[in-house]
Ligand binder design. Structure first.
Ligand code: VG1
Ligand code: CO
Length: 545
């Protein structure tokens, strides 16, 4: 048994987990004891770690492997009995959730900054998931944070590096290490949910061509195994499929701007039938029909409406949920299905309790995230397989599925405008002003519209009663449209302001129009009410989705 070493340390300010774990620049994470402090704070939050088992893995970005070596030595010193690690240090976020649940570990540590870029000058992140496989709820991240403020020592051992490449068991300072295939368990789970036989018929049909853009990130090995090897899609269906430490120098963010190669293949003279992309850690998805962009809010609603076509969900859904800024398209489906629809704050951690209590089966966010109770994370590849399952069973192309959905339920036009790199003080002030004045907004005129209702979103968890306040300012206009303001909690420099806007239309003549035009009036009104131009110094957003 190796000697346990107690290393003295002092707290770092700012180790407060945001929407999804602690995200910082690599240059910050590699400061002396920085990562160690945060990891020890997680262990201190867990209490007595003797005999506990943990899963560890990440999205393959720069510093992933080094971080795993550090965490393994610290886990051994803290008394853990076993560590499950994905081969090469790889585990997508949904695969991690699957592993925790399948092997019943006491939790898992995910090394990822999701869609944020990777590399020595880019971003890194650490997220703790609990025994249910889901992101730690607010009460837990708060405890971890409090430990980071008082930390004065951490435990580690002196030991050789563990070999991350070879599947199998070994030992480190009295703790068992098991290197596992990162894909196999996840692939088995997918096969138990969807109609693989039917999907395979579709993917081997010579007239159906699709493309999956893994964006040089973690989903590559998963998509290649499942789509190409198991379901028989032609080789080359998965592009950018080898995870790289810097994600090939791009943002592994599945949207129309960053997934350029995919977007080109979906448009032009000979567009493919179906396209999809996933993000750095594999939990997000963007899906595209032939020359047709599918908004994530619509995608979520379509999946819920057609869940009966998927073997796992054919008995029906317990309920559904969406994050507050996500359009209300899902609510309309829930009403028809006569199931409850919950509205939660932004971030996947709020869905966990609802799933654990069997209140919901499917949920999602406007930020390209959809998932179900098969794990406790959003799941990119799951959403893609869901779409393929619907396409083959309904015998309709993606575009027709969405168009018919709009004719049946009406269309919720939705957009998000991001203002990036803002001065944090000014952006914070803008939100506080809105918040303070929110009760005076109803009745006020804004541009061409008038305000009917406004509030600062507060969520009371229906399962444990915990209350989350200040989750975004909502403004409801007299034409039924809605605007939401909030600040991002995942950035690593300055502030990002998000303005979300949606509007419902049922007139058949108004279902296929341009989103920005349809929402222009509401966006204008929202800008006026918030004095956005004055606070941000900007006249246009940096990113529109
Ligand atoms: C963003 C999205 C949110 C998502 C979060 C983590 O958070 O808006 O919906 O849950 O990223 O996704 P924020 O606070 O920046 O708006 V991921 O794929 O980074 O784990
Ligand atoms: Co992600």
């Amino acid at each position: 048994m190796s000697m346990i070493k107690t290393i003295e340390t002092t707290p770092y300010a700012g180790q407060k987990p945001g929407t999804s774990g602690l995200r910082k620049k690599v240059t910050e994470f590699t400061r002396v004891h920085y990562l160690e402090n945060f990891v020890q704070a997680i262990f201190n939050m867990l209490g007595d770690c003797q005999g506990k088992r943990l899963a560890v893995g990440g999205d393959g970005r720069y510093y992933n492997r080094q971080a795993i070596q550090i965490i393994a030595r610290m886990a051994a010193a803290n008394g853990f009995s076993k560590l499950l690690i994905g081969r090469d240090g790889i585990l997508s976020t949904p695969a991690m959730s699957c592993i925790i649940r399948k092997y019943g570990t006491d939790g898992g540590i995910i090394l990822s900054a999701s869609h944020n870029p990777g590399g020595p000058d880019a971003d890194f992140g650490v997220k703790f998931n609990g025994a249910n496989g889901g992101p730690a709820p607010e009460a837990v991240t708060e405890k971890i944070y409090r430990h980071t403020l008082t930390i004065d020592k951490y435990l580690t051992i002196e030991a050789d590096e563990i070999d991350l490449e070879r599947i199998g068991r070994s030992e480190l300072g009295g703790m068992e290490i098991e290197i596992i295939d990162p894909v196999a368990d996840y692939a088995d789970l997918m096969a138990s949910i969807f109609d693989f036989e039917k999907i395979s018929q579709l993917l081997t049909n010579r007239r159906f061509h699709m493309c999956f853009d893994a964006m040089h990130a973690v989903t590559g090995p998963y998509a290649r195994t499942i789509l190409e090897e198991q379901l028989g899609a032609e080789p080359g269906t998965v592009i950018n499929g080898a995870p790289s430490e810097s994600f090939g120098g791009i943002h592994p963010d599945p949207n129309l701007v960053h997934a350029r190669e995919l977007v080109e293949r979906m448009n032009g003279d000979a567009p493919l039938a179906f396209g999809a992309a996933s993000d750095g850690d594999g939990d997000r998805n963007m899906v595209l029909g032939s020359g047709f962009y599918i908004n994530p809010c619509d995608s979520l609603a379509v999946l819920a409406a057609n869940a009966g076509l998927v073997p796992k969900y054919q008995e029906g859904l317990a309920g559904v949920a969406r994050s507050m800024p996500t359009s209300r398209a899902l609510d309309r489906v829930a009403r028809v299905l006569e199931i409850p629809c919950y509205e939660t704050p932004v971030g996947w951690k709020y869905f966990g309790n609802l799933m654990d209590a069997d209140k919901i089966t499917i949920c999602g966010e406007e930020s390209f995230g959809t998932g179900s109770s098969h794990v406790r994370e959003k799941d990119g590849l799951w959403a893609v397989l869901f779409w393929l399952n619907i396409i083959v069973k309904s015998r309709k192309p993606a575009r027709s599925i969405v168009r018919e959905h709009w004719s049946q339920f009406g269309r919720d036009y939705f957009t998000r405008h991001d203002y990036e790199g803002l001065d944090a003080g000014r952006a914070g002030e803008m939100i506080s002003r809105l918040r303070e004045g929110v009760s005076g907004l109803p009745g006020r005129q804004a541009g061409e519209l008038s305000i009917q209702a406004a509030d600062d979103f507060t969520y009371t968890d229906p399962v444990d009663g915990s209350v989350s306040e200040e989750q975004g300012v909502r403004i409801f206009f007299n034409d039924g449209s809605r605007a939401v303001f909030r600040l991002s909690g995942t950035g690593t420099s300055n502030a990002t302001l998000r303005l979300y806007c949606d509007k419902y239309e049922t007139d058949p003549a108004l279902l296929g129009l341009d989103t920005q035009r349809m929402l222009a009036q509401s966006l204008q009104a929202a800008g006026e009410v918030s004095n956005m131009a004055e606070f941000t110094g900007r006249t246009a957003p940096d990113v529109i989705t």
